[in-house]
Design a protein around this ligand. Structure first.
Ligand SMILES: NC(=O)c1ccc[n+]([C@@H]2O[C@H](COP(=O)([O-])OP(=O)(O)OC[C@H]3O[C@@H](n4cnc5c(N)ncnc54)[C@H](O)[C@@H]3O)[C@@H](O)[C@H]2O)c1
Length: 223
């Protein structure tokens, strides 16, 4: 009998919907080594999380993420909350021995990210940050071509991710537009994907150019 992985998911907004769908669909597309149980969905609002639970097919609902990470009934914690809560939830989940999927950007600061990594390494749990673009067909093909040498030696990587939905001046002041919660604005929201793809397709950065620091200092973002 295959093992069962009981998932506890924190956050049921935009990404929570996508992750719920992915957890439901994965066994239909892939021969998984374990059964996936959509065990507990967590949000802060009892009525909201209950409605989302029914809509997305979760068995239980919770309103405090601590109950999920500490529950002996949960094997995997899937973090889909705004950026400022990733580190606290992930570190607590690791200490409780849960495997962890965490949405990007991993943390607000490099120091937080290092603490998260140290926690999962100490706990010896499986951990992943959701850089999902690695698996889209065009990128998967690019990776294959690069790996097979079809493109030869790479000298240049140019990426552009265009998104305009926050350019509307009437857009409400949601968490993404608040520096204390989002951390680094479009850099963490969008650039994080193309930086990840640079590492995935080309290789590790050897050096981060000081020019970028100067650029950011001279043109501070207005939040
Ligand atoms: N990988 C991608 O392509 C991708 C795309 C969009 C967003 N994201 C990331 O996913 C995360 C969530 O983004 P979103 O767009 O789904 O945001 P969202 O605002 O739509 O949803 C956030 C959810 O978190 C819940 N939440 C907030 N604080 C909580 C807490 N303390 N306890 C429990 N629940 C809490 C909210 O109620 C809401 O359900 C962010 O880190 C974002 O950067 C990743």
């Amino acid at each position: 009998m295959a093992k069962t992985l009981r998932v506890g998911m924190i956050g049921y907004g935009f990404m929570g919907k996508a992750h719920s769908n992915a957890w439901r669909q994965a066994p239909r597309f892939f021969a998984l080594k374990a059964h996936v149980e959509l065990h507990t969905l967590c949000g802060r609002n009892a009525a909201g999380v209950q409605a989302a639970r029914l809509q997305h097919g979760w068995q239980n609902a919770a309103t405090d993420w601590r109950d999920v990470v500490e529950s002996p009934l949960i094997d995997v914690v899937d973090i889909n909350t705004p950026n400022d809560s990733h580190a606290e939830i992930a570190i607590a989940a690791a200490r409780a021995g849960k495997h962890i999927l965490c949405e990007k950007p991993l943390a607000l600061t490099p120091k937080q990210a290092e603490q998260m990594l140290a926690a999962v390494q100490k706990a010896k749990v499986v951990h992943m940050v959701c850089h999902n673009y690695r698996r889209i067909p065009a990128i998967a093909l690019a990776k294959k071509m690069v790996s097979e040498g079809a493109l030869g030696q790479l000298y240049h990587y140019h990426a552009r991710y265009a998104q305009d939905w926050l350019a509307d001046p009437e857009f409400p002041l949601k968490w993404r537009l608040q520096k204390g919660i989002s951390g680094s604005g479009a850099h963490g929201d969008i650039n994080v994907h193309i930086i990840d793809l640079a590492r995935y397709l080309v290789g590790e950065f050897k050096e981060v150019c000081g020019l970028m620091e100067t650029f950011v200092k001279e043109r501070p973002l207005v939040y």
